[in-house]
Design a protein around this ligand. Structure first.
Ligand code: GLY
Length: 373
C-alpha cells in the first residue's frame, strides 16, 4: 500500500480510538493500563516522569481534530502538574518531558502567560542541576547522601529542548550554553566508537573527573539499552535543530545507524541490543521513539541519506502497526509490548509515551505535525 495512504488510514484509526479513550479517561494522567483501563498517576504519583505525555497526546489530537475536548483535558493535565512544581524531589532532569508537552505546548499554541511561567520555572530548575566542573546536568535526585550527585544519563538529551526554548523566550544565552555544554559531554562520554550509547555515566561531582559507566535500565555495563539509543538519536537531532552545530547531527546519524543495523528481522526491537540471543523481550517504545527521531534527522540530511532514515522509520512504524498496535476501542492503550527496564520484574506492557511518540510520528507522515520539542 502507498505509504501516505497507509499513514492516513492509521491517523484516522488513532483519531477514532483516542476520542473515545479520552472521553472516558478525561480526569486522569495515565501511565499504563490495568486490564485494558488506564491507571491515574494524578492519584498515584504526581511527580512521575511520564506525567506530561497524556497532555502531549491531547495537544496532538487537538491539533489534528480541533475538538475542544482535547484542549480542555490537556489544560487539566498541565494544572495538575503544579503540585509537582512545588515538590523539590519531584523536579529533575526530566522536567522537559513533563512541561514541554504541557505548559510550553499550551503557551506556544495559545500564548497563555501562566503556562509560560510554568515552563520557565521548570527550565530554571533544569539549568540549576548543571555541574560546572563536570560539564553535565545531574540526573536523578537520590537521598541527599551525594551517592548519585555525579550521575548523568542519556535520557537527559531529550530534555535539553526545554533549555533551548527558555533561552529564546527570555533572550538569555545561559540556558542554551548549559544545554550545549551538556550535549558536548554526552558526545564525549556516552557515545561509543561503534555508535552505541551508555545509559549512565558517573563523574566525580567535586572534581568533574570521569568515574565509570553503568548499564542502567539496559542489560548491563557496556550493553546498549535500546530506548537510551532512541533518546540519544532523537535528542542529538533536536540539539542540532536548535543550535545548527554539525557535531550533533553527525552524532545523531551515528547513533541512528547503529540502531538501524540492529533492528530485528521482523522490524521490531529488543529491550537491549546486547541482551542474550535467546531472550526475546521487546520494547516498542524504543522502536517508536527512534522512528520519530529518524523522521527528525531526515529533515536535515542529503537526499540520499533522507531515504535511509525515512525507510527505517517507516519500517519500524509499519511493523509496530501490524504487530503491536491494539485498535480495540474498549482497550485504552494503542501500543503494546513496551518495557521500562530490562531487570524490572514486569515487561511488555503498555506505556503512555509509546502511544505519544506513535501519534507524533504518524502526524509527521501525514502533514499534521505539531512540534513540541
Ligand atoms: N527516562 C526514563 C526512561 O526512559 O525510562
Amino acid at each position: 500500500m502507498d505509504e501516505l495512504i497507509w499513514a492516513e488510514k492509521v491517523s484516522e484509526k488513532i483519531k477514532k480510538k483516542v476520542e473515545l479513550v479520552a472521553e472516558r479517561n478525561k480526569n486522569k494522567i495515565p501511565y499504563t493500563t490495568k486490564d485494558g483501563s488506564f491507571d491515574d498517576m494524578s492519584q498515584g504519583n504526581i511527580c512521575w516522569w511520564t506525567n506530561g505525555f497524556w497532555g502531549g497526546i491531547m495537544w496532538q489530537l487537538y491539533h489534528g481534530t480541533k475538538n475542544e475536548m482535547f484542549r480542555e483535558i490537556a489544560e487539566e493535565n498541565e494544572k495538575k502538574l503544579d503540585q509537582n512544581l512545588m515538590e523539590p524531589q519531584g523536579l529533575d532532569h526530566d522536567n522537559g518531558f513533563k512541561w514541554l508537552p504541557t505548559a510550553v505546548a499550551n503557551y506556544r499554541l495559545t500564548g497563555n502567560l501562566k503556562s509560560r511561567s510554568r515552563g520557565l520555572l521548570a527550565a530554571n530548575n533544569l539549568a540549576g542541576r548543571f555541574n560546572p566542573v563536570g560539564s553535565f546536568i545531574r540526573a536523578w535526585n537520590g537521598d541527599d547522601d551525594g551517592r548519585v550527585a555525579g550521575w548523568a544519563i542519556i535520557d537527559c538529551m531529550m530534555n535539553l529542548p526545554l533549555l533551548y526554548w527558555a533561552s529564546k523566550e527570555i533572550n538569555d544565552p545561559r540556558f542554551m550554553q548549559i544545554a550545549t555544554i551538556h550535549a558536548d559531554t554526552a558526545v564525549k562520554y556516552f557515545v561509543r566508537e561503534d555508535g552505541s550509547v551508555n545509559h549512565i555515566v558517573e563523574f566525580n561531582p567535586a572534581t568533574g573527573e570521569f568515574v565509570k559507566t553503568y548499564g542502567g535500565q539496559g542489560y548491563g555495563e557496556g550493553s546498549c539499552w535500546t530506548r537510551g539509543q532512541a533518546w540519544a538519536l532523537y535528542g542529538f537531532a533536536l540539539s542540532y535543530k536548535h543550535t545548527k552545530k554539525k557535531l550533533y547531527l553527525d552524532t545523531a546519524k551515528k547513533v541512528a545507524n547503529y540502531f538501524i543495523e540492529h533492528i530485528w528481522e521482523n522490524g521490531l526491537v529488543p529491550v537491549d541490543f546486547c541482551q542474550p540471543k535467546d531472550c526475546s523481550l521487546e520494547d516498542s517504545t524504543a522502536a517508536v521513539i527512534a522512528a520519530s527521531g529518524m523522521l527528525e534527522i531526515e529533515k536535515s540530511v542529503s537526499k540520499e541519506e533522507k531515504k535511509i532514515y525515512h525507510e527505517a522509520a517507516i519500517g519500524l512504524l509499519q511493523a509496530l502497526e501490524k504487530e503491536r498496535c491494539n485498535w480495540d476501542d474498549n482497550i485504552d492503550n494503542i501500543l503494546e509490548k513496551c518495557t521500562a527496564a530490562f531487570h524490572d520484574k514486569e515487561h511488555e506492557f503498555s506505556i503512555i509515551y509509546g502511544d505519544y511518540f506513535f501519534i507524533e510520528a504518524i502526524w509527521k507522515l501525514t502533514g499534521q505535525e505539531l512540534f513540541l520539542w
